[in-house]
Design a protein around this ligand. Structure first.
Ligand code: SF4
Length: 764
């Protein structure tokens, strides 16, 4: 066994690669030879690309070590992925694998990224054939077109909808291109000879794999980063030979006709056993798969990606796992043994990232085979660019951070920024700017963040939307209303939906019916559907969240005299904000979930309300400090809108209404009031409203009228607005903003730190 075995956890895949490279540098610095060290990869292309990039930065030369298996070459992996798409009924995961192959540049060039992003967002899992993709994409396109039409009427973000329509069109294009080659009747049985020629024609020829190789040969390129063209060409010859061999075996032995999946399984079994000997190309650290380590010895073997579910496994062997589970398991065990044997007498270090895509990882189950292993947390590795760069920090930052998208030759304002400057701001956009201007640029303007979702259950946002829709529909059924035509005091008061305490059982029945209608309309069949329904409706033993919400709502109306009158109110107003010497008009857009009204003598009082899955995290401090701008904007926008229509009214409160996410939480649902004045709070305690805690520094606030409080808060939004108008997006994160941001690779805060207040040039 190795003398020392360590399993070390790093923060991310990138940190893992950096840690490995720092290990190599330390070893060389203490007299070791590069050829004594091996970096072992589990086969994920993520690592290979990262390693190539980072090795250059860290000055670590990499050598290629072989023999190499045909199935692990790019051409092999591309063919395997295409076969998997055909035999698996066009599953999303298989399309993802297919598009990950660099040889398929011509197919994925336009639209593949859009297709996968849409599939994740719209939860298209595939598996039902190509027609299913056509249907879902057509449906999504039509829905987006309709929403674009609505947006152009209401003045919402039409640009975003337009982008989305183009994305759907590109996604449809890529499915059509693939379909013309890979669409075959997968359940029909066919003879081996036909199978072999079909693979050559539709997969190799149709996807133009041979031409891609030829092009790479002419250009003298490597195919992606990790495979030289000679290796690919040789692998291609071997795969062609294997098809010819398969066809003649089938003919000579009169094998029965099989389905496509059966043929693929039998033929690929042959390909998996083939390898090519390409020797070592240049001196450096050996990079190898576990199988390629066999019969070799190193003083230090560093393994990357020692994660449960991912390791050991070499590229292409996912094929094994699905079709030949026993063989796959045996290969995994062999791979682990190969690694241990290669490091006999030396060191074996296995690295794994702590998180992948926001999910915690756990070490490979094979860790149990090495009880003497030490578990450690790796130190954060130094960043190479920082070490080798001796230029002035500010200058280097600007040079490194030049954003191509915005490179106007004559200094003209780029289109994306011009759009930003003319847009009406929403509260969430203000908050994102306050959090970090650069993160705003990266996520909202350049859209560098990609959506991630989980097919199996509802996200908090989706659950919120369900409750939203149910409750809006509930009020509408209790009192159907036409669209608001005249904004007058009488009209507004007549729209109040007052719930009658005696009618509670009738309301409850209506809500339960709405839940069932909703579930049916949205084909609510995900894994947690039953639990979800029970949380909403409850069981004989325990009232569900909706029942609790209904009881709270009735009691709230009785206690306060308020009742909801306006729902989903979209306002576009120019708010007049105190800008010091002059007043400034701030163009905003707001969509207010609900406005409640009550008559107080001659006066009309209103509150603005927003539904949230949970309200407990909304603190008055954040509202007053301008980092949670929704409620002040809603209050001012509603007051401005009513005044514009000649309806005198006074805002008295801003309420976050939670539906609750679990029936175990005694506090849910809850009405949390984050801004208010004495007219709402009064003297005594409220049974149905929870008033936000006021910190000492804000103690005078409730003494002011609500309009005065709002006028004190809103000027804080002028700074982010000015920054957008100026087109500067500084790397200036608010406290803790970086902890949840995924843009650190773009803003490079770790290398260069945040912008200082006087450093104008320190922005994108
Ligand atoms: S990582 Fe921090 S500094 Fe960088 S963009 Fe995100 S929030 Fe801003």
């Amino acid at each position: 066994v190795p003398q020392q075995i360590t399993i070390a956890q790093c923060a991310s895949r990138l940190d893992e690669v950096r840690t490995a490279l720092m290990e190599v540098r330390h070893m060389v610095a203490s007299g070791g030879a590069l050829t004594d060290i091996c970096l072992c990869l589990p086969g994920s292309t993520d690592y290979r690309q990262l390693l190539d990039q980072q090795a250059r930065l860290y000055g670590v030369p990499l050598a290629m070590s072989l023999p190499r298996r045909v199935a692990t070459t790019r051409i092999g992996a591309a063919i395997a992925a295409a076969c998997q798409v055909m035999t698996g009924g066009w599953q999303r995961i298989d399309l993802q694998r297919l598009f990950a192959e660099p040889l398929l540049e011509s197919i994925r060039a336009t639209g593949a990224a859009d297709l996968i992003e849409i599939a994740l967002r719209d939860r298209i899992r595939g598996g039902l054939g190509v027609e299913h993709w056509h249907e879902r994409l057509e449906w999504g396109l039509q829905a987006t077109l309709a929403s674009k039409e609505r947006a152009s009427e209401s003045g919402d973000d039409v640009f975003a909808r337009d982008r989305s329509v183009r994305a759907y069109e590109r996604a449809r294009g890529v499915v059509q291109r693939l379909e013309s080659h890979l669409h075959v009747a997968s359940t029909e049985e066919l003879p081996g000879v036909d199978f072999a020629s079909m693979i050559m024609e539709s997969v190799v020829g149709g996807l133009q794999l041979d031409e891609a190789l030829e092009r790479a040969l002419v250009a003298g390129q490597a195919v992606a980063d990790d495979s030289v063209i000679e290796v690919e060409l040789e692998a291609f010859d071997k795969i062609r030979d294997s098809l010819t061999l398969y066809a003649s075996l089938a003919q000579d032995h009169e094998l029965p006709a099989l389905t496509l999946a059966e043929h693929v399984s039998a033929w690929w079994g042959m390909v998996e056993k083939m390898s090519i000997d390409v020797g070592t190309h240049h001196a450096g650290v050996t990079v190898a798969t576990p199988a390629e380590l066999r019969s070799r010895r190193f003083r230090h073997v560093i393994v990357l990606g020692f994660i449960d579910g991912e390791f050991p496994r070499t590229a292409g062997s996912y094929f094994d796992e699905e079709l030949l589970p026993l063989v796959a398991r045996r290969l995994d065990a062999e791979a682990m043994a190969d690694m241990l044997v290669a490091a006999i007498g030396g060191r074996l270090t296995m690295l794994l990232p702590k998180m992948i895509d926001d999910t915690l990882t756990i070490p490979s189950t094979f860790a149990a085979l090495v009880p003497q292993a030490q578990f450690v947390q790796a130190d954060e590795p130094p960043v190479a660019a920082h070490q080798h760069d001796t230029r002035d920090v500010g200058e280097a930052y600007r040079a490194q951070q030049h954003v191509q998208l915005f490179a106007g030759a004559q200094g003209e304002v780029p289109e994306e920024i011009a759009q930003e400057q003319s847009r009406r701001m929403s509260a969430s956009r203000f908050d994102a700017m306050t959090k970090c201007p650069f993160a705003y640029l990266a996520t909202k303007v350049m859209r560098l963040d990609t959506a991630s979702s989980d097919d199996a259950r509802l996200t908090a946002l989706e659950r919120g939307n369900v409750m939203h829709e149910l409750i809006a529909e509930f009020f509408h059924r209790v009192m159907p209303r036409q669209a608001l035509a005249d904004v007058t005091r009488e009209e507004l008061l007549s729209r109040r939906v007052e719930l009658d305490p005696a009618g509670i059982e009738r309301y409850w029945e209506l809500l339960c019916r709405l839940v069932d209608e909703y579930a049916e309309r949205h084909a609510w069949t995900h894994t947690y559907a039953v639990a979800e329904r029970q949380a909403l409706v409850g069981s004989p033993a325990m009232a569900g969240l909706l029942r609790r919400w209904l009881e709270l709502e009735i009691e709230y109306q009785q206690e306060t005299g308020f009742a909801p009158a306006l729902f989903e109110l979209t306002l576009q107003e120019d708010l007049v904000v105190d800008g010091g010497a002059v007043s400034v008009a701030l163009p905003i857009t707001a969509r207010i979930d609900r406005v409640d009204l009550r008559q107080a003598g001659d006066d009309l009082e209103f509150t603005v309300n927003d539904y949230k899955p949970s309200a407990s995290n909304y603190a008055m401090n954040a509202v007053v400090e301008g980092t949670l701008s929704q409620m002040p904007i809603y209050l001012k926008a509603t007051a401005t809108w009513l005044a514009r229509h000649g309806v005198p009214a006074t805002g008295v409160g801003a309420v976050y209404r939670s539906f609750g996410s679990s029936i175990n939480q005694a506090e849910d649902p809850m009405n949390k009031v984050v801004l208010y004045d004495q007219r709402l709070k009064g003297a005594g305690r409220s049974r149905t409203m929870k008033f936000a805690q006021i910190s000492k520094s804000l103690a005078d606030l409730p003494e002011l009228t609500l309009a005065e409080q709002v006028d004190r808060i809103l000027p804080q939004l002028l700074a982010p607005r000015a920054e957008i108008l100026g087109g500067t997006f500084a790397v200036r994160p608010a406290k803790y903003a970086c902890q949840t941001c995924r843009m650190s690779e773009f803003c490079r805060i770790r290398q260069w730190g945040p912008a200082t207040a006087d450093e104008k040039g320190h922005h994108a």
